[in-house]
Design a protein around this ligand. Sequence first.
Ligand SMILES: Nc1nc2c(ncn2[C@@H]2O[C@H](COP(=O)(O)OP(=O)(O)O)[C@@H](O)[C@H]2O)c(=O)[nH]1
Ligand SMILES: [Mg+2]
Length: 286
Amino acid sequence: MEIKKEPAQAQTPENGCVQPELSVLLPVRDETVNIGIMLKLLTAFVETPHEVLIIYDALDDQSIEATKALQPLYPNLRLVYNELGRGVVNAIRKGVQESNATFILVSCVDDMGPLLALDDMAQVLREGCDFVSGTRYAFGGRRLGGSIMGKVLSTTANILLRMCGSVLTDATTGMKMFKREAFARLDLTSRPVGWVVAFELGLKAQLAGLKLGEVPILSVDRLYGGESTFQLGPWFIEYLKWLFWGVIELNIKRGNVRRDVSIRIPGATATSVKEHAQAQSALMQK
Ligand SMILES: Nc1nc2c(ncn2[C@@H]2O[C@H](COP(=O)(O)OP(=O)(O)O)[C@@H](O)[C@H]2O)c(=O)[nH]1
Ligand SMILES: [Mg+2]
């Protein structure tokens, strides 16, 4: 597959008034230092004209002050109050309502590695996909840091789902980008438990027959600052529920799932020539 990168309109803190093609939705709960790091790296790495929505659930959240302090530096930075109800699923709903762009990215403010894949994900949408998922488990993608249990749950769920017909190699990752109109076709019903909504998005995008893409990401979960909200008990039950649901639905609606997934490998992801060659040859065999 040809690896190409189209020139995109550069965006800087000074020219943040450029019409954003992409809204970066960052749900937050008491984040401070990571918001500033994320904004710096987004500006440095991402060429796609974008706005950033920091979405908080509570009026006493520490993220509010941290974001307000950064706004004079980043005109494309918006603070959004999610009054729809607590939790990431509601923050995403609110973010989509508030977004001004045709492409929407959902991501975590404490994970900087996936930023290297963001322009490539946008390019996959420009080339005709409706929904593109990051992948930590294929084509040179990797997962570093984060809780061991989170990793075990996610890898097990993805292996089982692949056996049952999932075409995504990482349905559970939070890093998902989609077109605004595609989101309207995914009727989200998950409970506000952690990032289980990412799993629901990955499953429903397939079952809705969306044109799908995948881009490998280097996930480096919470390298610095703040605390993980991961709680094994409630997450486990909710993940299990969606896993069963996915297994059953993928079997019943097998015919809905489009198997022609578009893959794009960012130069920064395949960190060695050998890995890049391996990823390319895996692609050729698909
Ligand atoms: N709005 C909102 N954001 C949340 C909530 N829980 C977690 N987040 C944010 O989601 C991202 C990932 O959460 P994190 O606690 O690191 O989860 P982990 O990576 O699974 O340990 C971070 O940006 C958090 O601030 C929530 O209930 N509401
Ligand atoms: Mg995290």
